[in-house]
Design a protein around this ligand. Structure first.
Ligand SMILES: *Cc1c(COP(=O)(O)O)cnc(C)c1O
Length: 365
């Protein structure tokens, strides 16, 4: 292999390629985001490095959405957003408490440790039901903090939670409050990986403020890509003290886009008319439809009911193989043959039904 996408068959992607359930970032960008991308382009020359009117506008819209004068930074992807946000909360000898299935632990190639110059991630192992659902609990956090206090152990400084979780579940407002109050007791900061924040808010039906700063979150990485942007995440600081040097961090990490308007303007499309919420509600509804269909099939074990846009189920290996042969793409990463099916902002009911029909066929039902 000589690149990220080495193809040997000369095949080109076609516009009619079928929708997949591998990841919500298989989807393209939504029309509203593209509209503002084109508007930003049509505006001709604009100041660079975030001094443009589009960046100002989307920042203002985020402040309005969160009902607070937060500090907002636009970066290219979620790994950078998380890594840099965590680095801003930690010294190199500190540690970050997270779930064993946290994206920062399993899917960021050591980015948080690298950008913080070595802050260690401490995984909260637990057999609790919450842990099965991909969640941290105040008890698990407390157990890790109180386990050691000597200078040979990296001092816990941050709690990181993922909202919605990697298991497709959503922390309630009360759960976030309970975690932040434990964090406060132990003098820890609270970071929220919101790669699927929109899906979580769509599920909860609460205000974005209620599930973030009013519940004790210090910094949110607000995912735009999986919600319908072509590219880009917003790092939202609710405490100005924490973002003091963040602009320099972003620049040093190679995450400062010179033509920042092309990352920030599409956010106008997501935020205007609550498109972000509509996109998320739709993706969640498609996951619900898929889950309901799977529940009615013999031989398939669905795991917990979806609260966001992911469905988890166990299928016989032969069925998985047969689905792959039929061209369906999805990941299996839960021990014991569990499959993850993600729905996106543009997943159609026809795609869900076609997928269900094929599953039904390969199950021999
Ligand atoms: C997708 C995702 C991210 C961001 O990943 P990038 O590929 O770096 O954009 C972060 N956290 C979670 C939970 C995710 O699912």
């Amino acid at each position: 292999m000589s690149g990220f996408n080495t193809r040997t068959d000369g095949a080109q992607p076609v516009a009619t390629a079928k929708q997949q359930f591998a990841s919500d970032n298989y989807a393209g960008a939504c029309p509203e985001a593209l509209h503002w991308l084109c508007e930003a382009n049509a505006s001709g020359h604009e100041p660079a490095y975030g001094e443009d009117r589009w960046t100002q506008r989307s920042t203002d819209m985020l402040r309005q959405l969160f009902d607070i004068e937060c500090d907002v930074y636009f970066v290219f992807n979620g790994t950078a957003a998380n890594s840099l946000a965590l680095a801003s909360l930690c010294q190199s000898y500190h540690s970050v408490i997270c779930s064993p299935v946290a994206h920062i632990e399993t899917d960021e190639c050591g980015g948080p440790e690298f950008f913080s110059n070595g802050s260690k991630l401490l995984v909260a192992e637990s057999q609790s039901q919450a842990a099965q659902l991909g969640k941290l609990t105040p008890e698990a956090i407390d157990a890790l903090v109180t386990k050691r206090s000597d200078i040979h152990y990296p001092r816990p400084k941050v709690v990181s939670i993922t909202q919605a979780t990697e298991m497709g579940t959503v922390y309630s407002v009360d759960e976030v409050h309970a975690i932040s109050s434990m964090a406060k007791t132990r003098q820890l900061r609270l970071h929220m990986d919101g790669a699927r924040f929109a899906n979580a808010v769509a599920h909860l039906g609460c205000s974005p403020a209620d599930i973030t700063w009013r519940a004790g979150v210090d910094v949110l990485c607000f995912g735009g890509t999986k919600n319908g942007l072509p590219v880009g995440e917003a790092v939202v600081f609710f405490d100005h003290k924490l973002s003091e040097d963040f602009a320099w961090r972003v620049k040093q990490a190679g995450q400062l886009s010179s033509k920042m308007r092309f990352i920030s303007a599409p956010w106008v499309g997501l935020l205007e008319n609550d498109v972000w919420l509509h996109n998320a509600r739709h993706a969640n509804a498609m996951a619900q439809r898929l889950y309901t269909g799977l529940q009615n099939m013999a031989g398939i074990t669905t795991l917990h009911p979806p609260q966001a846009n992911g469905v988890f189920a166990q299928l016989p290996p032969a069925a998985v193989q047969a689905l792959h042969t039929r061209g369906w793409k999805f990941y299996q990463f839960i021990a014991g043959g569990g499959c993850r099916f993600m729905c996106a902002w543009d997943t159609t009911t026809e795609s869900v039904d076609a997928f269900l029909a094929d599953i039904c066929t390969v199950m021999g039902a």
